[in-house]
Design a binder for this molecule. Structure first.
Ligand SMILES: Nc1ncnc2c1ncn2[C@@H]1O[C@H](COP(=O)(O)OP(=O)(O)OP(=O)(O)O)[C@@H](O)[C@H]1O
Ligand SMILES: [Mg+2]
Length: 453
């Protein structure tokens, strides 16, 4: 079954063709004007567009051009005309028409041509689906998640992937947000459709707007022809907005509108378009702070964070380090045996400010300097060798542990470190000065009372 748009002002002919197509199980929309055809194209997806060349309000080539601009899964276009010249036909094929019918033609001929196109599209769709499924397999296997932290992340991801909900990934740079955003698409029903990634921080404001929403000819200097945007290209699929925190306020307004009702307008146009696109976003910025500073719209934030997923920094999940390193070597056809004694332990202790990306970079550099030899601990950068494991407070919990003594010591250490300045000591402890005084008082009283209760 294909979705067809038929544009022809010969109502009787159009009706006959539509009936024939419907018998074949296709779904047909008939219009008799270029203008109407264009707005239908903007509103809903079609597999095939069949258009007459000479129409009362314009030319079928306008429909052809608009259809070709639709990007991801753009419909095939069949041109019908009573005034055929070979040169004209060649031009139309060059402009992207899939087929060409010279009037008069028989209904049988017409149905056959359409059937051929529909079959070809179904095949291409199927191939794309298989390709996606393969990629999904590889992609799913590519995400390392051994730690409880990451397992929880993957559980959330699997739950939300199959819905159409907007997902927002939050986390430090290099934690795997982009990788996970791709996994959402791959594990969704949209996997066979396009995934379009936009790096919002990489483009100047005006350009980002036209890249996202597209623009009409003459919308700005240098816009020599109309162009479809990423939203058009992502129809039926997913749009991944990376570094959403970098988007300017005016573009935020337009994104908000799109998230609310899937409607948008190209730069330089007034025509409202609709696209069925799922949005996934990511940022390493503190959006709450950006909202306070007036750089990010609160309403957009709420729209985006229907389903927020926090990706924890690597230092919070050192259990993942050996597996990530293993995966790294596996990709190079090697294994963890490349690492000499003590190296993996040091890698697990290091706090990885650049997260997984930094780990990969370090491993890569180690492979280069070690050549074919074993990667010895002596090759590690000093920062990594010197890293001491973060104190694990839980390790203090041995028989004889005394919480009051611990608190008193911590407070006294803070006061000493602050050179006796209590306000600064309170800041070091992350509490208010008032709370510090009240804790000191309580601890004093308790030491006088002894520990009776
Ligand atoms: N859980 C993981 N399993 C396997 N590889 C990972 C994992 N997390 C991250 N990586 C790898 O680490 C690198 C950095 O990940 P990614 O680009 O997704 O991070 P990011 O959070 O999007 O960073 P940025 O904020 O800088 O965009 C990539 O090569 C990615 O494949
Ligand atoms: Mg990224």
């Amino acid at each position: 079954m294909a979705r067809l748009l038929l544009v022809d002002d010969e109502i009787k002919l159009a009706r006959m063709l539509a009936d024939g197509l419907e018998i074949d199980g296709h779904q047909v929309t008939v219009t008799s004007r270029v203008r109407e055809g264009l707005s239908r194209l903007a509103e809903q997806p079609f597999d095939v567009v069949v258009t007459d060349l000479r129409l009362p309000d314009g030319d079928g080539t306008e429909v052809l051009a608009a259809a070709r601009q639709l990007g991801g899964g753009a419909p095939d276009v069949v041109i019908m005309t009573g005034y055929a010249t070979t040169a004209g036909a060649v031009e139309l094929m060059k402009a992207g028409a899939s087929d060409f019918l010279i009037k008069p033609f028989s209904l049988e001929e017409f149905r056959l041509r359409i059937r051929r196109i529909a079959e070809k599209r179904a095949l291409a769709d199927r191939a794309r689906q298989l390709e996606r499924r393969l990629a999904e397999h590889e992609g799913a296997a590519a995400v390392v998640a051994r730690s409880d932290h990451m397992r929880r992340v993957m559980e959330q991801l699997d739950q939300v992937a199959v819905t159409d909900a907007t997902v927002l990934f939050l986390g430090e740079s290099g934690t795997g947000k982009s990788l996970l955003a791709r996994a959402v698409h791959e594990r969704s029903a949209r996997a066979a459709r396009p995934l379009v990634e936009v790096h919002c921080g990489a483009l100047p404001e005006a350009l980002l707007e036209s890249e996202l929403f597209g623009h009409e000819r003459g919308a700005f200097t240098g816009a020599h022809e109309a162009r479809a945007g990423h939203l058009d290209a992502a129809r039926g699929g997913t749009l991944f907005l990376d570094e959403i925190g970098e988007v300017s306020l005016p573009v935020q307004v337009k994104l908000l509108r799109f998230l609310q009702d899937q409607k948008y307008v190209r730069l330089g146009s007034t025509q409202v378009r609709t696209a069925d696109v799922r949005v996934v976003a990511a940022t390493n910025r503190d959006l709450a702070a950006a909202i306070k500073e007036g750089r990010f719209r609160e309403d957009l934030f709420y729209r985006l964070s229907v389903f927020p997923i926090e990706v924890p920094p690597l230092r919070a999940r050192p259990e993942d380090v050996p597996l990530l390193a293993g995966r790294f070597f596996e990709r190079r056809g090697e294994d963890l045996g490349r690492l000499g004694p003590g190296v993996l332990e040091a890698l697990c202790r290091y706090p990885w400010p650049g997260n997984v990306r930094e780990l990969e970079n370090v491993l890569q550099r180690l492979c280069i300097v070690a050549g074919a030899r074993l990667i010895e601990a002596s090759l590690l950068p000093a920062a990594i060798t010197d890293a001491r494991s973060a104190p694990r407070l839980g390790e203090l919990l041995v028989p004889g542990f005394n919480f009051d003594a611990f608190e008193r010591d911590l407070i006294h250490d803070a006061i000493a470190k602050a050179g006796g300045n209590k306000a600064q000591a309170a800041r070091l402890l992350g509490i208010t000065r008032r709370r510090l005084y009240s804790r000191l008082k309580a601890l004093d009283e308790r030491s006088e009372e002894g520990d009776e209760d």
